[in-house]
Design a binder for this molecule. Structure first.
Ligand SMILES: Nc1nc2c(ncn2[C@@H]2O[C@H](COP(=O)(O)OP(=O)(O)OP(=O)(O)O)[C@@H](O)[C@H]2O)c(=O)[nH]1
Ligand SMILES: [Zn+2]
Length: 324
C-alpha cells in the first residue's frame, strides 16, 4: 500500500501555495477574466472552481474587490478567496415576482463624486437630489463637485450649491480654466476608490485630466497586454491614480444608468438626510409627508428648516413624476 506517500506530497504543496498567495484589488472584470493589481504587478486571473460554487454567480467578484490570488506564472493567477466588502455600489433591478435583485457594480467604494456644472449644461438640482437619494440608500459617502465656476459669478455658484453644504455634503468648487479647487480634489481622491458620475458635458473628463494628465475614463486602458486578442466591449474598470497614497477612479457604464435605479418609496424620506430629524414626529406612523395632517416634515418646510426645492424633489420622486 502506498498510503504513506501521497498525503505527504499533498501537504507540501498546500504549504507552498499558502506562502505564494497575494492580496490584490480587482481592476477589471470581463468574460470570466479578472485583472488584479498585486505587489507583483497586474495579474490576469480566473476564479477557482470551488469559489464559483460557493458564491452567487451574479456578483461573484466585481471591480474594487479585495481578493486572495495565487500566481501561476506568466502574469496569470487564480482567485482563491474574496475578502469581505466594506461597501458596494449596486443597481437594484426588478427581479422575479415583483422582488428586487441587486447587481453589485463596484465593491469597496469610498466615495461617489457627483459632478455638476454651474452652467453649460444648466445646473439641475432635481437630478442632483436623485443621485443623492441613490447614494444615501447605498450608504455611500458623497462629494459634490461644482464645475465651470469661471463661467458664473461667485454668488451664483454659491446659491446653487451652498444649500447642499448646509445639509452636510462636502462641496468642491472647481474650474479647469482658473485651476481652482483642483489641488483640493486631488487630495480628496488620494488613497480612495471613487466613483465619478454626472451627465454629459459637465466636465468630468476635463476634471480628471486636470487631476492627472492622460486620465480619461472612457478610453482608460490598463495596458495593451491585457486587452490583446480579446474582443473589447465597454467594461467596468478601476483606473489607478498616480497620487501619494494611490487611489482609483471607477469607470463603469452602469453609473450612467443611475436614473433607472429603484429606491423603495418607504425609504425615500430617509434618503433626504435633512428630513431625518423630523421623521419620528409626524402624527401618523407611515406618514408619506405628502398629504397627511400634522406632518413634521411639511412643518419643517414651512419653517424653512427644509428647503422648498428639496421637498419638491422628494414629492416628485414619491409621485414618480420625475422624468428628467
Ligand atoms: N469654462 C470651462 N469649461 C469647462 C470646464 N470644465 C470643462 N469645460 C468644458 O466643457 C466641455 C465638456 O467637458 P467634458 O470634460 O468633455 O465633459 P464630460 O462630463 O466628460 O462629458 P461626457 O464625456 O459627455 O460625459 C468641454 O468643452 C470642456 O472644455 C471649466 O472648468 N470651465
Ligand atoms: Zn410626515
Amino acid at each position: 500500500m502506498s498510503r504513506n506517500i501521497a498525503p505527504a506530497v499533498t501537504h507540501t504543496s498546500t504549504t507552498t501555495e499558502k506562502t505564494l498567495r497575494l492580496i490584490g484589488t480587482v481592476l477589471r472584470a470581463q468574460s470570466g477574466f479578472f485583472w488584479v493589481q498585486t505587489e507583483q504587478g497586474v495579474l490576469e486571473c480566473r476564479l477557482r472552481g470551488r469559489l464559483k460554487k460557493e458564491r452567487q454567480a451574479t456578483d461573484l467578484v466585481v471591480i474594487g474587490d479585495q481578493v486572495e490570488v495565487m500566481p501561476v506564472g506568466n502574469g496569470q493567477g487564480a482567485i482563491e478567496a474574496v475578502l469581505p466588502r466594506r461597501s458596494r455600489l449596486a443597481r437594484r433591478a426588478a427581479g422575479p415576482r415583483g422582488a428586487y435583485k441587486e447587481d453589485v457594480i463596484v465593491a469597496n467604494v469610498d466615495q461617489v463624486l457627483l459632478v455638476f456644472s454651474c452652467t453649460k449644461p444648466e445646473f439641475t438640482p432635481r437630478m442632483l437630489d436623485r443621485y443623492l437619494v441613490i447614494c444615501e440608500h447605498s450608504e455611500l459617502p458623497v462629494v459634490i463637485v461644482a464645475t465651470k465656476i469661471d463661467l458664473v459669478v461667485q454668488h451664483a455658484a454659491e446659491a446653487m450649491f451652498s444649500p447642499y453644504a448646509r445639509i452636510g455634503y462636502p462641496v468642491f468648487y472647481t474650474s479647469i480654466v482658473s485651476g481652482e479647487g483642483i489641488a483640493e480634489l486631488r487630495s480628496q481622491l488620494a488613497g480612495r476608490i471613487s466613483v465619478v458620475t454626472g451627465k454629459s458635458g459637465v466636465g468630468k473628463s476635463s476634471l480628471l485630466n486636470a487631476i492627472q494628465p492622460g486620465l480619461n475614463l472612457r478610453t482608460g486602458e490598463i495596458s495593451e497586454r491585457l486587452t490583446k486578442g480579446r474582443h473589447t466591449t465597454t467594461v467596468a474598470e478601476l483606473i489607478p491614480l498616480d497620487l501619494p497614497g494611490g487611489g482609483y477612479v471607477a469607470d463603469t457604464p452602469g453609473i450612467r444608468e443611475i436614473g433607472l435605479w429603484n429606491v423603495p418609496e418607504r425609504d425615500l424620506a430617509w434618503c433626504f438626510r435633512e428630513f431625518r430629524p423630523f421623521l419620528d414626529d409626524c402624527y401618523f406612523a407611515g406618514c408619506t409627508h405628502l398629504h397627511e395632517p400634522h406632518c413634521a416634515v411639511r412643518a419643517a418646510v414651512e419653517r424653512g428648516d427644509i428647503t422648498a426645492a428639496r421637498y419638491d424633489s422628494y414629492a416628485r420622486l414619491m409621485e414618480s413624476e420625475d422624468e428628467e
